[in-house]
Design a protein around this ligand. Structure first.
Ligand code: SF4
Length: 395
């Protein structure tokens, strides 16, 4: 695997291609990426689900290209595709609106451009199939391309790569809390839920961020934590634990040593730590039958094991003494309508972009539904929330 391929999707700039069916969008995406990414045919609406492709676009760096179904798709299935396309808007950092150069722009494109302006997503208008024009107009701000002849493809790449992203200041995972030479102890339980032969993404990213700060990361299992701490000449600058063993680790680590969890670091990096801490208060108001949505950013092979699906529901039942109803979402799915939901508990979201995570926060805020995070809930339940957020100056 090349170095570039290893950049997690949640850390890539997402560039989404939108357009009506048969605007030549998928052919353009293939020409842009230099690969057969999307199925292309003359039949309208060949792209049925968004298609993702990671690539390097210099000087921007690692990006994720997203090809979307047509914005004018029809029928029941078509509506579903259009909904999926609109969901991509919630993760797009940049948008390319593709239309057929031989046809006038229609309402579909106008509406899409308006949505992009409202959401302040930087975008470019591309007029494709320009090889069919007798003369290429200039001065209208659009990029004229032809996926079949290659006309304008390099110009499009250059323009996209030099576009300015809307600044969304992202807090580092942990490096801003460290100084060169600091030692950080990471506690990683290796139980049957841990993936074989590797660490999960939040752990890998945290180690990398510690190294970027010029500090050292010392990784051990919870079973070796006591002896690891004893071997250190000085107490560590910080201990970061997997949330599942928060209570056990908190009992071992002296009160004077700052302690937090990977999940809380992620909540700070991707979303809004203050909001998620506030959201945990909703646990006290839960009644039997209230609906709690537990949401994870991974799909098939859950990287965070069974915390969300099994352990959290058990701990919440035991802590509150009531029987809430739990429902679950995973991957890119997240309901736009939260009617009937009393609380959302989200994982760290390491696979999601910050824009996606913040959009989920906005859905909750707009509908008055509290949102919190795995690590925050677990530390709250074990009575150590105050300690777990003490390392962060913003709290
Ligand atoms: S469940 Fe969430 S935090 Fe865990 S690996 Fe998946 S996206 Fe990342």
């Amino acid at each position: 695997m090349s170095k570039m391929d290893q950049t997690p999707s949640g850390e890539r700039v997402h560039i989404a291609f939108f357009g009506r069916r048969n605007a030549g969008k998928s052919s353009l995406v293939n020409a842009f990426t230099g690969q057969e990414l999307a199925v292309v045919s003359d039949v309208k609406g060949t792209t049925t689900d968004p298609v993702y492709k990671a690539m390097e676009l210099l000087p921007m760096g690692p990006v994720m290209i997203v090809d979307t179904p047509g914005i004018d798709d029809e029928g029941a299935l078509g509506e579903k595709r259009v909904r999926r396309t609109r969901q991509v808007l919630n993760m797009a950092d940049l948008a390319i609106v593709v239309c057929d150069a031989t046809l006038p722009m229609g309402r579909a494109e106008e509406e899409l451009l308006e949505l992009l302006r409202q959401r302040q997503i930087p975008h470019l208008l591309v007029r494709n199939k320009a090889d069919l024009l007798l003369r290429i107009p200039d001065g209208d701000g659009a990029v004229y391309t032809s996926a079949s002849t290659g006309l304008g493809i390099q110009e499009l790449k250059d323009k996209v790569a030099s576009m300015t992203l809307v600044e969304d200041p992202q807090r580092p995972l942990v490096s801003d809390l460290l100084s060169p030479g600091d030692v950080v102890v990471l506690v990683v339980p290796i139980d049957k839920a841990a993936p074989k032969g590797r660490l999960i993404l939040p752990q890998q990213q945290t180690i990398r961020d510690i190294l970027d700060a010029g500090a050292s990361a010392l990784v051990c299992r919870d079973s070796e934590l006591t002896e690891t701490l004893e071997k250190l000449v000085e107490p560590p600058r910080l201990v970061i634990t997997d949330s599942q063993v928060f209570d056990k680790v908190s009992a071992v680590v002296p009160e004077t040593v700052p302690l937090t969890s990977f999940s809380i670091l992620m909540a700070r990096h991707k979303g809004d730590l203050e909001v998620t801490v506030e959201g945990a208060r909703a646990l006290a108001k839960l009644r039997s039958g209230d609906k709690v949505l537990i949401s994870e950013g991974c799909t098939h092979h859950r990287q965070c094991g069974d915390i969300g699906t099994q352990k959290l529901p058990q701990w919440i039942r035991r802590y509150t003494g009531v029987e809430p109803e739990f429902c679950f979402t995973s991957g890119r799915d997240f309901p736009e309508d939260l009617s009937g939901i009393s609380l959302v508990i989200h994982c760290g979201g390491c696979m999601l972009t910050r824009r996606q995570m913040r959009y989920r926060h906005r859905i909750c805020a707009d509908q008055g539904v509290p949102i919190t995070n795995y690590g925050i809930v677990i530390s709250h339940i074990h009575g150590i929330l105050e300690r777990a957020v003490r390392p962060f100056p913003e709290i």
